[in-house]
Every structure is written in C-alpha cells, then in structure tokens.
Write a protein that binds this ligand. Structure first.
Ligand SMILES: C[S@@+](CC[C@H](N)C(=O)[O-])C[C@H]1O[C@@H](n2cnc3c(N)ncnc32)[C@H](O)[C@@H]1O
Length: 278
C-alpha cells in the first residue's frame, strides 16, 4: 500500500468513527478538499498521523471541535456575488411580495452574511414584519458568531461596495453601529433571523419554505449526498418557490431538475414548477 493509499484509508476509518460517535457525516464529502483540510489540521495538531489522532478525536469533544472547524470552509461575504443579490431583489422579491408572509432558509449560512443581506433587501422592499429567515449551519461555533452580528470594521468598506452593486436603496451605514474596531449590525436585522445548527447530511425536513438558498455548500459533497440534499430542499419548497445555488453549482442532470425552471440560469436561480412534468 502506498503512503497516499494509507492516508485515504485513515481518512475513511476516521470519518466512519466520527459518524458513529458524533453523528457528523463527512463520508460523502469530496475526497480532494476533505483530504487537503484534514492534512492541514493534522500539521498543526501535534499528531504524527490521522490514525494516531483518531483515538483521542473519538473521545475528546473539544479536540473534535477543532477538527470540525478545520473541515468546514466558512468563507462568506455580505451581498456575496452582488449581481446575484440584485437578481433576487428584482426577480424573486416581487413574487415573495404577493404572499402575506414568507419563510426563507439559508442552508449552510456560515457567518450569516447572506441571511443579513437578504433581511436588508426585504426590509428595503417593504416586507417588514412579513418574513422569517432561518439560517442554519453544521458548524455551531460559526452559528454563534453569526448570531452576534459583529464584524471587523475593515470589512465594512467591502460590504458597502457590495451593497451598492447589489442595488441597495439606502446607505449601508444605516444597518450597523461602529464601535472601536468592529461594527454591530442593527437589531431589526437580527430580529427577523432564527439561527440554528442543522446538518444537511443527516438532519431532516426544515418546514415549508418559499425560498431556499444553499450557496457554495454542496460543492464539497459527492453526488449521492448532493442528490439527497436537493431532494430534501424539494420536499421543503412550496410549488412556485425558489431555489438558489452558488455560482459554480447548477441543477443540470440532477434528479429534481425537471421539477424546476431556471428563471435566471447564469445566477443559478430556479423556480419550482406548480405541477410535476410527466
Ligand atoms: C463556503 S461556506 C458558504 C457560506 C454561504 N452560503 C455563502 O455562500 O457565502 C459553506 C458552509 O457550509 C457549511 N456546511 C458544510 N457541510 C454542511 C452540512 N452537512 N450541513 C450544513 N452546513 C454545512 C459549512 O460549515 C460552511 O459554513
């Protein structure tokens, strides 16, 4: 067995152990990125190999948490891909406005930037009091951070630029208060968002939604897990509801694809058909 094959075996055994002990299922994550991130974690861990780390990882929750943080890529941004958020504002929100109340799910929300961006758009489009956003992630630490809504001051210039490019109608400074080296987001934004831990690989239905966004999350999943998660979203979405994916993702050749119409294919915005095609 080559050194690389041995590492792959160690990863398989460790992922199985983690699933059995903690219920986190990384067995169907794409190998290349998982391997890269595990080896990165290993190099800073003090263990000589994943096998040697395994027995402690399976017993020590705190150590496991450091691995979990290493495995999950939690990069996000306020109004990430501004053209996408502009499209949501012009193409999706007018439809949402036809409902008295809408429910939106950001699955894999990381630090919550996307969910806060959506809250800003909905408030600016006159939907105050008519929406609830559920923002979930597998990583509990990142969810706690998202809940706080605190960002380093140096990020604010970029957020402001993105907000303007995404068709912001006011001034981004209306949505935060600056304090020394950080900014805290305004309470009305946080009031409309429920943050919760949710694992797309093992947890189930999250209720009936008008809009689901799962951007830059499934790129880390192997095909069978992608299919299962898309099926989960399909079960949660009302007919006529919208599904939004990341810029490098799409529904091509997926099992649910014939139930959806790509209303803005380049933006990965899909609308669920009212009737299933035969
Ligand atoms: C790159 S971030 C994307 C954040 C945001 N959606 C965006 O596009 O800016 C990917 C997020 O997916 C989360 N994630 C990974 N596997 C997950 C799973 N099985 N269930 C829920 N969230 C998961 C990670 O913790 C991470 O926060």
């Amino acid at each position: 067995m080559t050194g690389n094959e041995l590492i792959d075996l160690e990863i398989t055994l460790l992922m199985e152990g983690i699933y059995q002990v903690y219920g986190y299922d990384f067995r169907e994550y794409s190998e290349a990125s998982l391997r890269r991130r595990l080896l990165q974690w290993l190099s800073g861990s003090g263990f000589a190999s994943l096998s040697l780390a395994q027995s402690q990882l399976l017993r020590d929750h705190t150590l496991f948490d450091t691995l979990l943080r290493g495995i999950t890529v939690t990069v996000s941004d306020m109004f990430r891909d501004p053209a996408f958020f502009k499209a949501v504002r012009t193409q999706v929100v007018p439809y949402l406005k036809t409902y008295p109340f809408v429910k939106i799910w950001h699955a894999g929300c990381a630090s919550g930037d996307e969910a806060y961006s959506m809250a800003i758009i909905l408030l600016e489009e006159g939907m105050k009091g008519r929406f609830r956003i559920y923002a979930t992630d597998i990583n509990e630490e990142v969810i706690r951070k998202a809940q706080e809504g605190i960002y380093p001051l140096q990020d604010l210039q970029r957020f402001t630029r993105n907000y303007q490019s995404a068709g912001g109608k006011g001034s981004f400074s209306d949505y935060y208060t600056a304090r020394y080296d950080h900014a805290i987001l305004a309470q009305p934004l946080r009031d409309n968002i429920v943050f919760a831990a949710h694992n797309l690989a093992v947890d189930t239905n999250f209720g009936e939604m008008n809009l689901i966004l799962c951007r830059n999350v499934m790129i880390y999943f192997k095909l069978p897990l992608k299919e299962r998660v898309l099926e989960l979203f399909d079960n949660c979405l009302m007919p006529g509801g919208f599904l939004c994916l990341g810029t490098k993702e799409n529904l091509d050749h997926r099992k649910i694809s014939d139930r959806y119409e790509a209303i803005m294919p380049r933006m990965q915005i899909y609308q669920k058909r009212y009737e299933r095609s035969k």
